[in-house]
Design a protein around this ligand. Structure first.
Ligand code: UDX
Length: 419
């Protein structure tokens, strides 16, 4: 998020300095090597480095001194109890405060629990060595991995949480050229908008997954139910794709953090807990489907297509593939896997797997294929070739990539989600 935001602000004509403590990462970036895959980002970073709009350093002091606006985009990982760990936010706030020699606007961009803004303000106030003026703001990001640049450049809305007109003016000016609706609120409201939005999207996913489970039991098609619901503008079709459930760095962590936020203010946000339960159940269902199709799983081989938590990223954090593969391995299944981008990252998490150079290699001599991530290239597979390579023509399609009638006509035993 930090790098995408930095590169995009540079593209809009600002001078951007990206600061990180991770020396190898910063050294790599100075040479133009990106630490992760995001469509279009590498080119954008290179171009803006060449135009001297974008630079990298490990020095918070250097970054602070040279900047008018400072975005805090550090990680807010999940503690074992579900709370967001704000140690990095606090640490970096203190370092910024010590380095400030004139007015600065410090903006929280990371997803943080409500009230973090006032903690940042207090921390900066206490470490403000030169007693300079400053403002704190909240400007949550709504970027999706895989389409982060587009989401930045064409946002549905820009949310600015501020306490002063000066801070509001600076941020409105910064975003002016994007011509997007800008909403100015208090810092607490802006912080809540982010958690409320992500939880609501997760709710839509779990809701349609619950409907998918009903569809399977009554012979209805969840993709049509979603379409029918989606025509209602009050509901909308987006985020109603049933499947293996949500993963990634944001939804699972944000839901847990939001449950904790509610708990701390004395409200039991039960609905969020049910969203999580449905999501976990959904992953287990995929293994159950493989079991129902193959009878005994022990000593069978299964090809997994797609490992990343969603297409167009190499991110494996909280990917449904991790749970699915581990459960299958516990049942004694040999795993062959293919992903266009995420195999390197997957290799660090998932062991005893044969990582394959193509989907066809993953299918070869396997008893079934499970589609876990809906990469575009899977939609165009030569299915007859796949059928010849598989030991048994079984496909569990956990993202409803294929049209059931078409694939059944080719002689596959096909199991989707909710259809
Ligand atoms: C999300 C939010 O969309 C974004 O606004 C926020 O800033 C960060 O978190 P991201 O995690 O990158 O973005 O991906 P997203 O496209 O939201 O998908 C999250 C997960 O939900 C993925 O695992 C995806 O496969 C799953 N999903 C999404 C579904 O299962 N069904 C859907 O209909 C949509």
């Amino acid at each position: 998020m930090g790098l995408v935001t930095g590169a995009c602000f540079a593209k809009l004509g600002n001078k951007v300095i990206c600061v990180d403590d991770d020396i190898p990462k910063v050294e790599g970036l100075k040479r133009g090597a990106l630490p992760f895959y995001e469509p279009g980002l590498e080119e954008m970073v290179h171009r803006n480095m060449k135009q001297s709009n974008l630079s990298f350093t490990t020095s918070v002091e250097e970054g602070t001194k040279a900047s008018d606006i400072i975005f805090i985009a550090v990680g807010t990982p999940q503690k074992p109890n579900g709370e967001a760990d704000l140690t990095s936010v606090e640490g970096v706030s203190r370092r910024i405060a010590k380095a400030m020699a004139e007015y600065k606007l410090i903006v929280e961009k990371s997803t943080v629990p409500v009230k973090t803004g006032s903690w940042i303000k207090r921390t900066i106030y206490l470490s403000n060595l030169h007693k300079v003026d400053f403002d704190v703001a909240s400007n949550p990001e709504f970027l999706r991995e895989g389409s982060a640049i587009e989401d930045f450049m064409k946002p549905d809305r820009i949310v600015i949480g501020v306490e002063t007109e000066r801070a509001a003016d600076i941020l409105v000016e910064l975003y002016r050229s994007l011509n997007a609706p800008i909403m100015i609120t208090s810092i607490e409201t802006a912080e809540l908008i982010k958690h409320a939005s992500n939880s609501f999207l997760a709710l839509k996913i779990s809701y349609i997954n619950a409907i998918a489970n009903i569809c399977e039991r009554v012979g209805a098609d969840v993709t049509k139910v979603a379409e029918g619901m989606g025509y209602d503008r009050r509901i909308g079709r987006e985020f109603l794709d049933a499947g293996a459930g949500y993963g990634g760095y944001c939804f699972p962590k944000d839901l847990s953090a939001f449950i904790k936020v509610a708990e701390e203010v004395g409200y039991d946000f039960e609905l969020l807990k049910v969203i999580q339960r449905i999501n976990n159940f959904q992953r287990q269902q995929i293994v159950e489907k493989a079991k129902n199709a193959l009878w005994n799983l022990k000593d069978k081989t299964i090809g997994i297509l797609g490992l990343a938590f969603k297409p167009n990223t190499d991110d494996m954090r909280e990917a449904p593939s991790i749970d699915i593969i581990r459960q299958l391995q516990q049942e004694g299944v040999q795993i062959k896997a293919y992903d266009p981008q995420a195999m390197k990252n997957a290799g660090r998490i998932l062991h005893n797997i044969e990582y394959c150079p193509s989907p066809y290699e993953a299918a070869k001599d396997s008893d079934a294929l499970i589609i876990v991530t809906e990469w575009e290239e899977f939609k165009n597979l030569d299915l007859l070739r796949i059928k010849q390579l598989l030991k048994q023509p079984v496909i569990v399609d956990s993202r409803n990539v294929f049209a059931p009638a078409k694939i059944k006509a080719l002689g596959f035993s096909y199991i989707g989600v909710g259809r």
